[in-house]
Design a protein around this ligand. Structure first.
Ligand SMILES: [Zn+2]
Length: 279
C-alpha cells in the first residue's frame, strides 16, 4: 500500500508507470507515417510506368492467405498508387494492364519504352517459406506462413554500370523511404542463392549473375531505363496481408514511393534538401 504522498507523487508523475509497447509491424496498429513529399524546383512531371505484376497468360502469381490471386492484388495496389502519385501533380502514370486483360511481358516493356517512361516499377507480393494449409473461410483453402514478413526491393546487375547505378539508386531510395515510413524490411532468408542482399540499404536485394540459382527477371534486366520490383509484403502472412487492406498502409506506401522517386530522379536536389534540413 502506498502512503498518500507517494500515491500523489505517482499520480502527478509525468512518466507513465507502464508504457504500452508500440506494436511492431505487421501487428494491428503498428505505427506508419505518411511523409510530406518534397519536390525540388524544376522537378516537373515524370512518367512512371507501373507494372501490375502477373496478369499474363497462365500467370496469376501467388495465392494469398485470404486466397486472393497476386494478379488481383497488384492491380488493386497499382491503381491506388497511380491515383496518389498523379494527385501530387508531379507524376504521369500508366499501368501495364486493365482488369480482365492478359498482357504479355514484352508488350509491357515496349509500351513503357515507347512512352519514354522515366522509371518502371513492377509491383508484386512475395510468398515465402514453408507454408501450412489454411482456411480463411469455410470451403476455401490456401496457405499461411507468419514468420517472414516485410517488403523487399529488387534490381538487376545485368546491365552496363551507369544503368546498374540508376537501378540501384532507385531501389535504395524507395527502400530507404519505406523503412522511414515504418514498413518493416524482409531479412531475405528465403532469397539465399536467388538474390544477394544489397549491402548499401536494408530491404534491397540484387539479381546477380553469380548467384547459384540466379533468376533472370525480364522486367529487371530488359528495360534500358531504371526498373525495380517492389515486393510489397509477404502474401501468406495473415497480419501483413490485413495491413495491406488498410487505407493508411496505401497512403504511407504511396508517399514513400513518391519520395523515393524524387530522390532517384533528382538526386542533386534531394541531397541539397537533406543538407539544408540538417540542424
Ligand atoms: Zn509476383
Amino acid at each position: 500500500m502506498l502512503g498518500l504522498g507517494a500515491a500523489r507523487a505517482l499520480a502527478e508523475s509525468t512518466v507513465p508507470l507502464t508504457v504500452a509497447p508500440t506494436p511492431a509491424w505487421p501487428a494491428p496498429g503498428a505505427p506508419l507515417s505518411v511523409a510530406r513529399v518534397r519536390f525540388p524546383e524544376g522537378f516537373g512531371k515524370r512518367r512512371i510506368y507501373l507494372d501490375a505484376g502477373h496478369g499474363a497468360q497462365g500467370n496469376t502469381g501467388n495465392k494469398s492467405v485470404t486466397c486472393e490471386d497476386e494478379e488481383a492484388f497488384t492491380l488493386r495496389i497499382a491503381e491506388d498508387l497511380a491515383r496518389r502519385l498523379e494527385a501530387t501533380g508531379h507524376f504521369q502514370v500508366r499501368i501495364s494492364r486493365k482488369p480482365g486483360e492478359r498482357v504479355p511481358y514484352p508488350s509491357r516493356i515496349n509500351a513503357a519504352r515507347k512512352w519514354n517512361a522515366h522509371v518502371l516499377l513492377s509491383l508484386h507480393s512475395d510468398a515465402r517459406g514453408m507454408a501450412m494449409p489454411w482456411e480463411p473461410a469455410p470451403g476455401q483453402q490456401c496457405y499461411r506462413q507468419d514468420t517472414s514478413p516485410g517488403f523487399s526491393v529488387l534490381w538487376s546487375e545485368e546491365a552496363e554500370v551507369p544503368l546498374q547505378n540508376r537501378r540501384a539508386g532507385l531501389a535504395r531510395a524507395i527502400a530507404r523511404h519505406l523503412g522511414q515510413a515504418g514498413f518493416r524490411h524482409y531479412d531475405g532468408m528465403d532469397y539465399t542463392g536467388l538474390y544477394a542482399a544489397d549491402s548499401a540499404q536494408a530491404g534491397v536485394f540484387v539479381s546477380r549473375v553469380s548467384e547459384p540459382t540466379h533468376r533472370r527477371i525480364f522486367v529487371l534486366r530488359r528495360p534500358t531505363f531504371p526498373s525495380v520490383i517492389i515486393e510489397t509484403h509477404h502474401a501468406l502472412d495473415f497480419e501483413e496481408a490485413a495491413r495491406w487492406r488498410e487505407e493508411r498502409t496505401l497512403e504511407a506506401f504511396a508517399a514513400a514511393v513518391a519520395q523515393g522517386l524524387v530522390d532517384a530522379l533528382a538526386p542533386a536536389a534531394a541531397s541539397a534538401a537533406n543538407a539544408t534540413a540538417r540542424p
